[in-house]
Ligand binder design. Structure first.
Ligand code: FAD
Length: 504
């Protein structure tokens, strides 16, 4: 076997011995051979480098190890992979851009087959008259909007990762973004999908022309984090580009006043397209990084966007500015043109990148609290960060009450990550105590799995597990995620631990 492309499985002496002794490893080789015959050798990878690259995502969790990486180009190739996994009883994990922050795409447990979908990146059909497009799951979010813009449309969910995250990942995580405040999160923009079910059969879920009758299976699959099958074609809604946009930047002397301003705008009946809040730490880092024109002396800024028909936007801009001033804003500035508007948004979207100037690593949390409790939960976040002597940066979708406290740290400092996780747990508990929920948009993955029982009773969890069982009785699709099993992803990895590069 020496010299084989599968360095990890065959060149390693220990593994070669396993291969002679174990029928199991021979079965693995058989799976690889079958898949190579269907997909070609270059799209079935078990080299050490690929295994490493596809074993993590953008989260802080380093728990998984892929067994094999497959790169399908068509729905029927995805089906072939899943059928082979079924024959060999191998779990599999769908992967889009790998930008997930909750560890959803991490291959956990028995070294699953990673189905890397980024090569399925075609926009298949755009039907402007029906206001829908059919796309493959590997299409990048921003690429879709760029494609639609000249036609007068866009894809409304705009996660800050939109330059790298895929429609398949957005669907599976029911992702949000700044403009989801008035337009709704991904669930409101997915009409239908082709889904390869965990047993390899193919189902069309939802309907691209009007509401489907019967149970809303589409609604169950959106947000199911790859545990109910793999989406191979997706029908999305097209949102018309608004004729008028007004973007305001208000600066505040305290975070509390900025948060109260957000509450006041919504309480007065306005639903802006977006309301983002950034605290002093965020403003400083963003300004140093991209010079977005945010006031450095502010303790917090609110970036608020209104869109719609010209006359309505003009009137609402005045009313909302007035409300912000009433809530204590030191200044309220309206972007004079598109260039200034884009610069203000560039600052917000570059916030996570800007953190690298302060610390090499960060942990971004994602809980939702009722807007009326924003002020008290933010106070608690600052208190927790101070207790653990951690730098906290708050940049979040304030209009939705979707908190994103970012704990910046240096993972090379011994014990630091543990402190970050401990502080994170307290932030989650404070959010739940205020009537909030575990996640606004990043999903549960492995990150919040252990917290599920803080929010759901054992009966709730058992019901959710029953739904999962209907789709995936063998538990092959993205195992070890979301629902607490008694054996978390970390435990599964421990139980199945094998030497690096060996597919056991
Ligand atoms: C800098 C940064 C900013 C971010 N900002 C936001 C934000 O504003 N809003 C937000 O919601 N999220 C945000 N995220 C998180 C992340 O980008 C989103 O969750 C995104 O939707 C993940 O897409 P992905 O293609 O990278 O999916 P992956 O990380 O590859 O996978 C995510 C999950 O989707 C599943 N999956 C992927 N493709 C499929 C498919 N075709 N069928 C079935 N399951 C599939 C995977 O198994 C996994 O469970 C951010 C992340 C980063 C790094």
């Amino acid at each position: 076997m020496k010299g084989s492309r599968h360095g990890s499985t065959k060149e390693n002496g220990e593994n070669a011995a396993l291969g002679q002794a174990s029928g199991h490893t021979m079965a693995v080789d058989l799976l690889i051979r079958e898949l190579e015959e269907s997909l070609g050798q270059d799209r079935v990878r078990a080299d050490r480098i690929e295994i490493g690259l596809f074993s993590g995502d953008a989260s802080t969790f380093d728990l998984g190890q892929a067994g094999l990486v497959c790169m399908p180009r068509t729905s029927s190739e995805v089906q072939t992979i899943i059928e082979a996994c079924n024959r060999h009883q191998r779990p599999f994990v769908a992967r889009g851009g790998g930008t997930g922050l909750a560890g959803g795409a991490i291959p956990c447990g028995e070294r699953p087959v990673v189905i890397a979908l980024s090569g399925m990146d075609q926009i298949l059909e755009v039907d402007v008259s029906a206001r829908l497009a059919w796309v493959e799951p590997g299409v990048i979010n921003l690429d879709l909007t760029r494609h639609l813009t000249p036609l007068g449309y866009h894809f409304a969910p705009d996660p800050s990762s939109q330059q790298a995250s895929t429609l398949g990942g957005n669907l599976a995580n029911n992702s949000g973004g700044p403009h989801c405040l008035s337009y709704g999160v991904t669930n409101a923009h997915i009409l239908a999908m082709e889904l390869v079910l965990p047993d390899g059969s193919v189902a069309m879920i939802g309907q691209d022309g009007g509401d489907a009758v019967g149970y809303d299976l589409r609604g169950i699959v959106v947000g199911s984090e790859g545990m109910l099958g793999v989406a191979t074609k997706i029908a999305v809604k097209l949102t018309p580009n608004p004729p008028a946009i007004s973007t305001l930047l208000a600066s505040f002397p305290t975070v509390r006043q900025a948060a109260s301003a957000v509450t006041s705008v919504i309480a007065n009946g306005y639903v802006p397209a977006a309301i983002e809040l950034m605290d002093r730490n965020a403003v400083k880092l963003i300004e140093d990084f991209v010079h977005a024109g945010y006031p450095r002396d502010a303790e917090a800024v609110v970036l608020l966007e209104l869109d719609g028909l010209e006359a309505g936007v003009t009137a609402t801009t005045k009313e909302v500015s007035h409300l912000m001033t009433g809530a204590g804003a030191i200044s309220v500035r309206c972007a004079a043109d598109d260039a200034e508007r884009m610069l203000l948004w560039k600052g917000r979207k570059a916030a996570f990148g800007a953190i690298s100037q302060a610390q090499p690593d960060y942990y971004l949390h994602d809980t939702v609290v009722p807007r009326t409790r924003l002020v008290e939960v933010l106070d608690e976040v600052y208190r927790i960060a101070e207790k653990y002597e951690l730098m906290v940066i708050n940049v979040f979708h304030a209009g939705d009450g979707n908190l994103h406290p970012i704990l910046a740290y240096d993972a090379r400092e011994k014990g630091r990550l543990e402190l970050v996780h401990q502080a994170g747990r307290e932030i989650v508990e404070a959010s739940l105590a205020a009537g909030g929920v575990l996640s606004g948009e990043h999903g549960i993955g492995v990150e919040k799995q252990a917290y599920m029982s803080l929010m759901f009773s054992s009966i709730d969890l058992a019901q959710q597990d029953l739904v999962r069982t209907v789709f995936d009785p063998e538990r092959l699709s993205n195992p070890g995620k979301v629902l607490p099993t008694g054996a978390t992803c970390a435990e599964l990895q421990y139980m199945n631990h094998v030497p690096d590069g060996v597919w056991a």
